[in-house]
Design a protein around this ligand. Structure first.
Ligand SMILES: [Fe+2]
Length: 220
């Protein structure tokens, strides 16, 4: 008998968001990016390596309701991915699950022609999400490469599972933080915009029972 151990689930979904809303979110992100770049209090030293990756407040009340909507959809994606990893978990009366996404940071990654992003993980969080705004063509590079987490494997024994994802407008990808990934060199003329969200997924069941969180938002 062969038993598959330690699979790595990745969430990949084209979100159903109108182009009108996507345009508003895109403009919001670009204006946040511009604001950051023009801030003279920051020396911008660490952003000179071709990897524009700035941290920003994704949800500022009233600024961009479409952004709130998108962030909520991304949060749902984190939860779906978490549940896919624990589908064999048996809930009991004393051990219940009520998962919620806690966002750690939101980043704007804006790539110009010639940029690439070296291989890295998102250590410290449970998972990372990438939401794309561009339709990247076959010959433009800028693909997200997700690497097999079994780095020590021998190819002929364990095979290879490199996953190449070409950004599409409205595409959401969520992967566990331990997954090494990179972005190949981008050759397109348009700026390549990606919203990156780092988050943890927590079990709120005990807090809900102990009335530590607002019960009206959840039902146990
Ligand atoms: Fe990343």
């Amino acid at each position: 008998m062969i038993k598959e151990l330690y699979p790595t689930n990745v969430f990949i979904k084209q979100l159903d968001i109108s182009d009108e809303k996507l345009l508003k979110i895109e403009n919001y992100l670009l204006s946040q990016h511009l604001k950051f770049k023009s801030d003279v209090r920051n020396d911008h030293k660490e952003y000179r390596d071709g990897n524009e990756n700035i941290i920003f407040d994704a949800i500022v009340d009233g600024h961009c309701p479409e952004m709130d909507e998108l962030v909520n959809k991304i949060k749902e994606g984190f939860i779906s991915l978490a549940y896919s990893n624990i589908k064999d978990y048996d809930e009991t009366n004393t051990e219940r699950l009520y998962l919620d996404t806690v966002i750690d940071s939101c980043k704007i990654n804006l790539m110009e022609k010639g940029y690439r992003l070296g291989c890295h993980t998102h250590f410290g969080d449970d998972a990372f999400a990438c939401f794309y705004f561009n339709e990247i063509k076959d010959d433009e590079g800028g693909e997200l490469m997700l690497y097999d987490p079994r780095w020590q494997k021998n190819y002929w024994f364990a095979g290879s599972k490199v996953e190449k994802i070409r950004p599409k407008r409205g595409l959401l990808v969520i992967a566990p933080s331990f997954l090494w990934h990179e972005v190949t060199q981008y050759h397109g003329d348009e700026q390549r915009l990606c919203l990156v969200v780092n988050a943890q997924v927590k079990n709120l069941a005990k807090d809900l029972e102990a009335n530590k969180v607002d019960q009206s938002n959840y039902s146990l």
